[in-house]
Ligand binder design. Structure first.
Ligand code: SF4
Length: 233
């Protein structure tokens, strides 16, 4: 079987798995090409610079020190069985398993589910603007299927919306959170867009990026709709 390809590692974090001390593995490969991607070096599938056996030894050394290991990317499920088997081995050590996912692989999410305790699922834009943002025509439907599946498991999760003003307006944000609330999502995270790279001919201003966070009425409305609404600025 193909080995898991690991492109990056964070040895300690308190923000990537809610309420748990965690380490994060960034896996290679992603089927999307989001306009705001901050990890372009992870997008292509290929050899990761980390030796999976050495990383596993390091994870073993974290037993009793960390509570969770988060599989991020890229899109961790793009590596299929290699990721899922590694998750299983890590979970057998006693860690909670987190998954940051764009939801593009609902069938693989179903296979991985027994070994995953929590997910952070990206809901990137309204259906109308999704393909323009991510460069893929079927990504919205795949994400939507993953969302419905994870809801059906009853397991904990968070929906994440990154407010890139080039692709999300305040009205769009309201449309997205209404859809989430209607489906039964209980935890949501509204994330500020940070331009990591040159925005070319679609420059944004800080005022545009902060409009969602400065609107107290919008914040109050969204806060009242969910058990938990986190504003990540
Ligand atoms: S899903 Fe994530 S890793 Fe993939 S292109 Fe979009 S932002 Fe980048």
């Amino acid at each position: 079987m193909k080995e898991i390809q690991i492109g990056g590692l964070v040895s300690f974090t308190t923000i990537d798995y809610p309420g748990k001390l965690a380490g994060v593995l960034f896996l290679k490969g992603c089927p999307l090409r989001c306009a705001y991607c901050s990890n372009p070096h992870l997008l292509e599938v290929g050899d990761g610079p980390y030796d999976p056996d050495k990383v596993f030894d390091w994870i073993k050394s974290r037993v009793g020190k960390l509570e969770a290991i988060v599989f991020s990317g890229g899109e961790a499920l793009m590596q299929g069985d290699a990721t899922i088997n590694y998750m299983q081995r890590v979970r057998d050590l006693g860690f909670n398993i987190g998954l940051h996912t764009n939801g593009f692989y609902p069938a693989l999410l179903k296979v991985a589910e027994p070994f995953v305790d929590w997910i952070g699922l990206d809901y990137k834009a309204t259906r109308a603007k999704y393909s323009e943002l991510v460069g893929n025509d079927i990504a919205f439907d795949k994400m939507s299927e993953s969302l419905d599946f994870w809801l059906s498991t009853g397991k904990d999760f968070e929906v994440r919306i990154t407010c890139d003003p080039r692709f999300i307006s305040k009205d769009d944000l309201v449309e997205i959170v209404n859809d989430c609330a209607k489906r039964g999502v209980r935890k949501i995270a509204i994330q500020k867009y940070t331009p990591y790279f040159d925005e070319g001919d679609r420059q944004t201003t800080s005022e545009q990026r902060e409009q969602f966070f400065n609107d107290q009425d919008l914040r109050n409305k969204i806060n009242s709709m969910f058990e938990s609404a986190i504003w990540r600025e």
